[in-house]
Design a protein around this ligand. Sequence first.
Ligand SMILES: Nc1ncnc2c1ncn2[C@@H]1O[C@H](COP(=O)(O)OP(=O)(O)OP(=O)(O)O)[C@@H](O)[C@H]1O
Length: 923
Amino acid sequence: MTKLSYLHEPGVLENLAMRYQLNEIYTYTGNILIAVNPFQRLPHLYDTHMMEQYKGAALGELSPHVFAVGDAAYRAMINDGKSNSILVSGESGAGKTETTKMLMRYLAYLGGRSGVEGRTVEQQVLESNPVLEAFGNAKTVRNNNSSRFGKFVEIQFNKNGRISGAAIKTYLLERSRVCQISNPERNYHCFYLLCAAPPEDIEKYKLGSPKTFHYLNQSNCYELDGVNDAHEYLATRRAMDIVGISEQEQEAIFRVVAAILHLGNISFAKGEEIDSSVIKDEKSRFHLNTAAELLRCDAQSLEDALIKRVMVTPEEVITRTLDPLNAVGSRDALAKTLYSRLFDWIVEKINISIGQDPTSKSIIGVLDIYGFESFKANSFEQFCINFTNEKLQQHFNQHVFKMEQEEYSREQINWSYIEFIDNQDVLDLIEKKPGGIIALLDEACMFPKSTHDTFAQKLYQTFKNHKCFIKPKLSRTDFTIMHYAGEVNYQANLFLDKNKDYVVAEHQALMTASKCVFVSALFPPLPEDSSKSSKFSSIGSRFKMQLQSLMEILSVTEPHYIRCVKPNNDLKPAIFENLNVIQQLRCGGVLEAVRISCAGYPTRRTFYEFLNRFGVLAPEVLEGNYDDKVACQMILDKKGLKGYQIGRTKVFLRAGQMAELDARRAEVLGNAAKTIQRRIRTFITRKQFISLLEASIKLQSFSRGIMSRKLYEQLRREAAALKIQTQLRSFIAGKLYLKARSCAIILQTGLRAMASRNEFRLRKRIKAATIIQAHWRGYHAYSYYKRLQKAAVISQCGWRCRVARRELRQLKMAARETGALKEAKDKLEKRVEELTWRLQLEKRLRTDLEEAKAQEVAKLQDALKAMQLEVEGANSMVIKEREAARKAIEEAPPVAKETTVIVEDTKKIDSLTAEVERLKVED
Ligand SMILES: Nc1ncnc2c1ncn2[C@@H]1O[C@H](COP(=O)(O)OP(=O)(O)OP(=O)(O)O)[C@@H](O)[C@H]1O
């Protein structure tokens, strides 16, 4: 972190976040190690191989690690013969206990005796952890295995650097948890472990499910994820064996734990007298009896101790009864006292059995203590915790400042004006005697009529002008203290009750009288004189004294700081909540350390480093072959910086000066980088261009090859298609030609046939006409002959008639003349008769001839008509055929020429018609 050029909150936070994402959970900020809780097992970080690597490695040589801090403390102790301390702090769940365990493991590895089996000191030190965790840890909302006490483990080393003893000091166990828990938290683990113990133990202690005990069933949480209480019980007993707690002692410890559970189940009902109470029911009595039995005391005495108070006045002894509410309070007070005494006994026992080494000259102390706390509601516990942190912060400030001072002195620079940041004011406010808050609280506790109200008023009155004390406007009992890590508002309500640390005399007497040595040892009788001299003891002042002695120890040790950080409240890996972390860094004094550094000369560089880094700002100085110190001075003067200091080996810069030099350097380097980038870009671009060009040419030739092949294929296909088309067309044309040809031939044949038929028909007609003409002419000549013959007959008849009549007249004249004449007359008469008959015959013949002629004419006319019809039919046929022929010719290519046959036919018909007409006229 100190290598960051800009040491400020965002820089620190960003650095932590980035490292956390890479599972780099450790980071140095100067001499503080920041450990961000990974919330996941990272075994590779803590294996033996890792321990070997860090053994003897200088701090900073390897990656930041808790082992490196342990190693630095161990080396410093060995080399300088001085005690060291490692202060591990952080909020609940940040990983303090885990880190402390790692440290102890590493120190045991460094200072342990290899290959030694059995109960070695280092093993006992390590195994003390599970025992303390079973009795001092509980599940809270912020941590499933939260230590409810502070711890300082002092590991003693002999002159050979081997672990020779250890001492564990605990601070401020959370007593209220024994009787009161809220959902989803749990009570101390040991209660649940005992309820999951083997059946014989359960039977012995008359236990059952945790759900049946009032001290456990106030919350719905009974089990922990991934934790088997039955296994843990056995593991705890094993660890107890190792740390030297005997079987009988273990039995007694768990007997007391069981007794506390039974105590919690004792309920009270109102008694017959006013303000009195009685055991509520049989069930409660059973638990009372069991508790008494387990504590090896008289049940009646226990009952009396719970519900009665004895007041001794000079005159008499008064026994007062408690109402049920106060009886419950009395019961809980006994449970809390029992438990805290038990816890203290276990710690004490561990210390005794591990053993102290009075000859040890050097120790390494590991402090695992709660970090600064600020909740919505803050009570006495937070007050004590924050008081501790103020104390540690002061120690830290002094240490950091001292280191700074040492460095400045070493470098022989003037540091007189550096402001020392101190929190003495707050510490005075809290612990000053007389007049501090703790003193006022003790005073209020001793004064029987005091209430939290009067206590708060007293505070307001006393500190109304104190710059670190604020009275909130709207509250009558709250008060605010301005701690180094921020303002915290405390509720004074329960301060008085929580500060009182006395055991009710009846309880003390009861327990002291226990038949069990273990139990009675938990409550040793108070020395007569001491009880008189300081009757009152308060948690606050006891804690203050504990802190005092802790600070005394720490002040003679070389401190190393580990700040544990909880990256998120979900207790999940890989989540880094910035706001949460920055708050913890502020509270953990990390940013305060940054601030202290910034107050002096936060950045310092050796001459070599400085020239190496900023030589580029004045190349002429580098070339000038000056002394390093002079060269640094020249560069700083050239850049016009003021207020810096040049030490013996280092340049010391004020806050912000490094940034300024960096900006200039960045500018110079930026320009240089731009030139290099330009050249490189040109080079790269040219290379890219050439390779692109080559590639594109290759690509083009390749694609052209493909295209040509495609084109050739297409042309080939086109040529083939053309050939196929030609063949097909010639085939179709051939077919068409043959069809047309055959059509033409058919047409020609038809036409020729038609012409031949016409010719034939014409000839037939001519022949018929000739016949008709011959007949007609025959008929005509015949009828002419007949007419001539008839005319000749008629003229002959006329003539003969005339001759006959003349002869008849001559015969008639002769017959008259003689009888001959009469014969001649008869003969003549006969002749006349015959001639008349002949005339009539002639006439009839003529009529017949006339009729025959008329019939012949009619017949001829019919024949003519028929012929005309035939001619017309032939004509229409000719027209039709002509039409068909024309169509065929039109369709077919002209092959044959039109003939004139029809015209000739028509002419012939016309001449025939004329002939017929002429014959008619002639007729
Ligand atoms: N280095 C680590 N590697 C893996 N897990 C860790 C590490 N440090 C802490 N954890 C986890 O975080 C949990 C809380 O750690 P731990 O009990 O040490 O916190 P704490 O600061 O001691 O809290 P509290 O003040 O409540 O006792 C542990 O139970 C463990 O699961």
